[in-house]
Unconditional design. Structure first.
Lengths: 59, 188
């Protein structure tokens, strides 16, 4: 296995087992469907400070 | 640009997939003849894209569209399946989207690495073989990879896995890595 594939595999496997309350918690199919929905109540993306010229873009 | 043949793709997909299986506590396995199903869909789909969107028969699809065709084919054929249906972690229930995501990134980097080797450009070769730098999400809904897996899941369910949108995502990821890598290596 060459360097690129080694690094691809390392990244792919790096987060497995690190999220016992979320992605790594055993769930029923219905629970998984609920889990896969995006969290649309999180508005932090709209108030993030992007730099000195940013007006914090309040939406 | 030298075209990457399906056999090379298959080997990479198999190595990444075997990594997921090895970490899954025996809840994943390969679907029967997964590679035949994947190759049939991928080759057919890639050819239809090529006929529609290239200007001559000898023109190759660009690397991001090739990778998008592979991602779409993985998300539809589902090469990895659960050994026992029922209660498993969502990471493994949706593992094919993650397999597609990492395979897609791997393909665009393999093409870039080949270009760097052909051009004898050692810096570019290092850029495209060093660990991939993912964007950092700016909300609290999981990593960029996790959010992309959710997006692919929703798109697959809605049958809207558009190769141009996936190719565009891969292009932006490619650019992000190049800029972040250059920034990190200039700072040293």
């Amino acid at each position: 296995m060459d360097k690129l594939l080694t690094n691809t595999l390392s990244l792919a496997l790096s987060s497995i087992g690190t999220d016992p309350d979320g992605w790594d918690k055993p769930m029923t199919p219905d629970e998984i469907e609920e889990f896969m929905k995006f969290n649309n109540s999180d508005r932090s993306i709209e108030t993030v400070n992007l730099g000195p010229s940013d007006d914090r873009n309040q939406v | 640009m030298t075209e990457i043949k399906f056999e090379q793709l298959r080997q990479s997909i198999e190595i990444i997939g075997n990594g997921f299986i090895g970490k899954s506590s025996a809840c994943l396995r390969w679907a029967p003849k997964w590679d035949v199903s994947l190759q049939n869909l991928y080759e057919t789909y890639k050819e239809s894209l090529k006929q529609k969107y290239t200007r001559s028969p000898n023109e190759l699809l660009d690397r991001h569209k090739v990778a998008a065709a592979v991602i779409r084919s993985i998300c539809i054929t589902n090469p990895l399946i659960a050994t026992v249906p029922g209660v498993i972690p969502p990471r493994f229930a949706t593992v094919n989207y993650r397999l597609g995501y990492h395979t897609g990134i791997h393909i665009i980097r393999r093409y870039a690495e080949q270009d760097a080797i052909e051009n004898k450009d050692e810096i570019f070769q290092r850029m495209h073989t060093d660990p991939f730098i993912s964007p950092t999400p700016i909300n609290n809904d999981g990593s960029y990879e996790d959010q992309t897996v959710k997006g692919l899941h929703e798109a697959a369910r809605a049958q809207t896995l558009d190769p141009f949108l996936i190719a565009n995502m891969l292009y932006l990821l490619d650019m992000y890595h190049r800029i972040a890598w250059t920034h990190n290596n200039q700072a040293k």
